[in-house]
Ligand binder design. Structure first.
Ligand code: COA
Length: 380
């Protein structure tokens, strides 16, 4: 992908936010409408039901689904990379407890770029594996230290990233249901073609910058509530309503005052987000098993109102919020979990961009004044 590939529908068409513009080619994923999203040709429905997150990570990075031995080898490799360097622990200990966890992820990624820089000995694949393996410990080490002053272990013998993260967070083995729910969530968040953070990563990569810079920039893009930050914002919204009646009243009031309802709408889908159907069922299940049918009822009420009033549908972020909440995950960690997963998609795009690189540098229509006479500073 490069600047030459940025083509507009019509020469002078207004293209706010690059909507509808094809900005390049990719072999990594295809968002094919309301009911299809494929990662390298495989349906997310099959992957979410039958695969492990590590299998999907492998698919992203190496281009094919691993055989059993390859998957075992890959999981063992990731397990061996979970601990984080002492210098990074010291940095994390200095980050205040009221910092946003996404800022922690951004700082930690950038810092790792100093102590384990990309170079001859540390290639892009190794850095990707390192980040997949280390992100759970980075987030949770900081969280526990900031909130309790305790320095907890960063390593567990958990089999998967999903189990490892939940084990570090709650300091006990998670239930099989929670491991599966987290695994599904990581799979659904792994990749989504030219979304804002991936495009950011590709843009940074296109300048021939380093891997960590691309990922750090992508984290910055993901943090905003119009992108990844929406899962956290959706939880804040859900928290406001105890009953479907309260939600009904509150959402109508918000719509009347033209407020955005976080977790709804999408730039590339017009009828539905294909990932929603999977995560919604997990929300239903976890809310029911956790005795919080009211939370699910509030969520569905909001979904119905948004469709009736605006023809807007929940995106992946909306029901992810209640899924994470039901696993007792602090709300501030919702978007960092997105990072733990999307690092795989970002990395695949960084590899792809590097393989056929062209500087990404579009043009702009200048709309300001022209030909102004220069006025000396003492005369202004
Ligand atoms: N709540 C209320 N109204 C919404 C809305 C939402 N979540 N999403 C879109 N709309 C409205 C817009 O206000 C706009 O109305 P208008 O035509 O009266 O001005 C119309 O729908 C079109 O939306 P627009 O902002 O132009 O769409 P977009 O493609 O630029 O934005 C999003 C896409 C995702 C940024 C947008 O839907 C949004 O802000 N959603 C909430 C944040 C979110 O969930 N982000 C995660 C995305 S995966």
């Amino acid at each position: 992908m490069g600047e030459a590939a940025l083509k507009q529908d019509a020469p002078k068409k207004k293209t706010g936010g690059l909507a509808g513009i094809v900005a390049g080619e990719t072999e990594i994923s295809a968002a094919g409408g309301a009911h299809t999203l494929e990662y390298r040709g495989y349906s997310i429905y099959d992957l979410a039901e039958k695969a492990e997150f590590e299998e999907v990570a492998y698919l992203m990075l190496y281009g094919y689904l691993p055989k059993k031995a390859e998957l075992e080898g890959y999981k063992n490799k990731l397990k061996a990379m979970r601990d984080i360097p002492q210098s990074l622990k010291e940095v994390l200990e200095r980050i205040p407890k009221d910092a946003h966890p996404m800022d922690v992820m951004r700082t930690a990624t950038s810092f790792l770029g100093n102590v384990e820089p990309e170079g001859d000995d540390n290639c892009q694949e190794a850095i990707t594996d390192r980040l997949i393996a280390a992100y759970p410990a980075i987030l949770v080490y900081w969280w526990h230290f900031a909130h309790t002053g305790k320095r907890h272990e960063c390593v567990t013998d958990a089999d998967t990233v999903a189990e490892h993260f939940l084990t570090l967070l709650h300091r006990e083995k998670p239930s099989a249901t929670h491991i599966k729910a987290m695994n599904v969530s990581l799979i659904l968040y792994a990749e989504h073609e030219f979304n804002a953070s991936t495009f950011t990563a590709r843009t940074i990569t296109s300048t021939m910058s380093d891997f960590y810079s691309a990922v750090t920039g992508a984290i910055g893009a993901l943090r905003g509530p119009l992108h990844g930050g929406a899962n956290e914002a959706a939880m804040e919204l859900l928290r406001r309503f105890k009953t479907p009646e309260e939600a009904d009243k509150g959402i109508h009031e918000m719509l009347a005052t033209k407020q955005l309802i976080m977790g709804f709408g999408h730039r590339v889908y017009s009828e539905a987000d294909p990932r929603n159907r999977v995560i919604k069922e997990w929300s239903r299940k976890l809310c029911h098993e956790g005795g919080k049918d009211d939370l699910f009822a509030v969520s569905e009420t909001i979904e119905n109102i948004m469709w009736e009033e605006k023809k807007l549908f929940p995106n992946l972020d909306f029901y992810s919020a209640s899924v994470y909440h039901m696993m007792a995950i602090p709300t501030g960690m919702f978007t960092p979990i997105f990072v733990m997963s999307r690092i795989t998609g970002w990395a695949a795009h960084i590899f792809e961009q590097r393989k056929n690189n062209k500087l990404i540098r579009p043009s702009a229509d200048y709309t300001g004044p022209e030909g102004l006479p220069f006025v000396n500073i003492e005369d202004r």
